[in-house]
Ligand binder design. Structure first.
Ligand code: OGA
Ligand code: NI
Length: 363
């Protein structure tokens, strides 16, 4: 009880009770609720702050990767990648070499996983970071100011000793293994283009192991009865080097650019690419890791699959700092070298909530 005699709201207890259901947001929706629980409601001052930002109708650049093998076109693509990475930190790619069928199957597998009986899903519900396959509602549920309207299945492909596909949920096993193979190939192509866009040899970022170790973070955002009160994913930047995001046709992704929220419109067959904090760091600030979020939607489900390239799995001896070739007397290093394991620990400890990890490592 507080001074006025009103029952104090025990947020922690509510979070624990909700987590214990192991049924996620989808479980709430299935129970037929019309109002979202308080743990999901953003503070009034945050909602008011949001109204101050205009929404602009500009579009994130779309880069056509077709003809990459032709010298002229290749040069042009590198230029487009450079401009987008230096300004937006975001672009969409089309003609990227992954067939529509592989993309659709990936999304379909995630939909099936989330829409099966809850007992089967519960087998994967965990917050244990050691597990290769993890299903949960908000990795930072107990740390964030407000819970977000999404459930997530995370699958790591980082450890070559841990790649038994039998561990993956049956309903999305085949499609995920297939997509994973293709997305790694695309990742390698993109790291090549990004290296060239930095004026380096195509293999530079690859040789730094930026493309080593990826994980798929598969989000399921159920339709929300009160979308204006919550978010699907809170504002954040991605901590790794690069993210390749596959989204279905239900929009929600927005990026914060020039003080405005910009919708990233789903384009069928396209993939959204964004620069992460570590690439901002190694590029000495040349490339921008931009803040983004997902708004909740009355329509749903929105399904997205983020492939994060975050560097090698064994991180306790791996350091990353601004690339030597990019620093000079006129362009001194603006970031310190970081030990990858320290960096990842900081991210996990902080949760999403508007943290901008590279700021901790400014010179
Ligand atoms: C993320 C992310 C966007 C989305 O997982 O980091 O920004 O559309 N996801 O799910
Ligand atoms: Ni993100």
């Amino acid at each position: 009880m507080d001074a006025s005699g009103a029952q104090e709201y025990d947020r922690m207890q509510d979070l624990k009770d909700f987590d214990k259901t192991e049924a996620g947001v989808k479980g709430l929706v299935d129970s037929g609720l019309q109002k979202i629980p308080k743990i999901f409601v953003r503070p009034a001052e945050e909602l008011a702050e949001d109204l101050k930002h205009k929404k602009a109708q500009i579009e994130v650049p779309v880069i056509d990767l077709g003809g990459l093998e032709k010298a002229d076109r290749h040069k042009q693509i590198v230029e487009e990648v450079r401009t987008a990475s230096e300004t937006w930190g975001f672009f969409q790619v089309v003609n990227h070499g992954i067939s529509l069928n592989v993309l659709d199957e990936m999304l379909d597998g995630i939909q099936k996983f989330n829409e099966q009986g809850v007992e089967e899903k519960k087998k994967y519900y965990t917050r244990d970071k050691i597990k290769r396959v993890r299903f949960h509602c908000n990795f930072d549920l107990f740390k964030s100011r407000t819970a977000s309207w999404r459930d997530t299945l995370q699958i790591s492909f980082s450890d070559p000793d841990q790649n038994d596909s039998e561990e993956l949920p049956a309903l999305c096993r085949k499609s995920t293994v297939e997509y994973s193979k293709h997305v790694v190939e695309l990742g390698n192509i993109l790291f090549g283009l990004l290296s060239e866009a930095l004026g380096l040899k195509p293999e530079h970022l690859g040789n730094m192991d930026c493309s080593k170790g990826h994980h798929l973070t598969c989000h399921y955002y159920p339709a929300c009865p009160e979308p204006e009160l919550t978010l699907g994913t809170a504002k954040h930047s991605d901590p790794g080097f690069l993210t390749i995001l596959l989204q279905n046709q239900i929009n929600g992704l927005q990026i914060f650019f020039q003080n405005q929220w910009i919708d990233v419109q789903p384009i069928r067959g396209a993939l959204v690419i964004n620069i992460g904090d570590l690439l901002q760091l190694v590029s000495n600030g040349k490339f921008k890791s931009n803040k983004h979020r997902v708004v909740a939607n009355r329509l749903g489900p929105r399904i997205s699959v983020a492939c994060f390239f975050s560097g090698p799995i064994i991180m306790d001896k791996v350091f990353y700092g601004p690339i030597e070739e990019l620093i000079s007397e006129e362009n001194p290093a603006i970031y310190k070298e970081v030990l990858l394991s320290d960096y990842v620990m900081k991210f996990i400890a902080a949760g999403l909530d508007d943290n901008f990890l590279v700021n901790y490592f400014k010179v």
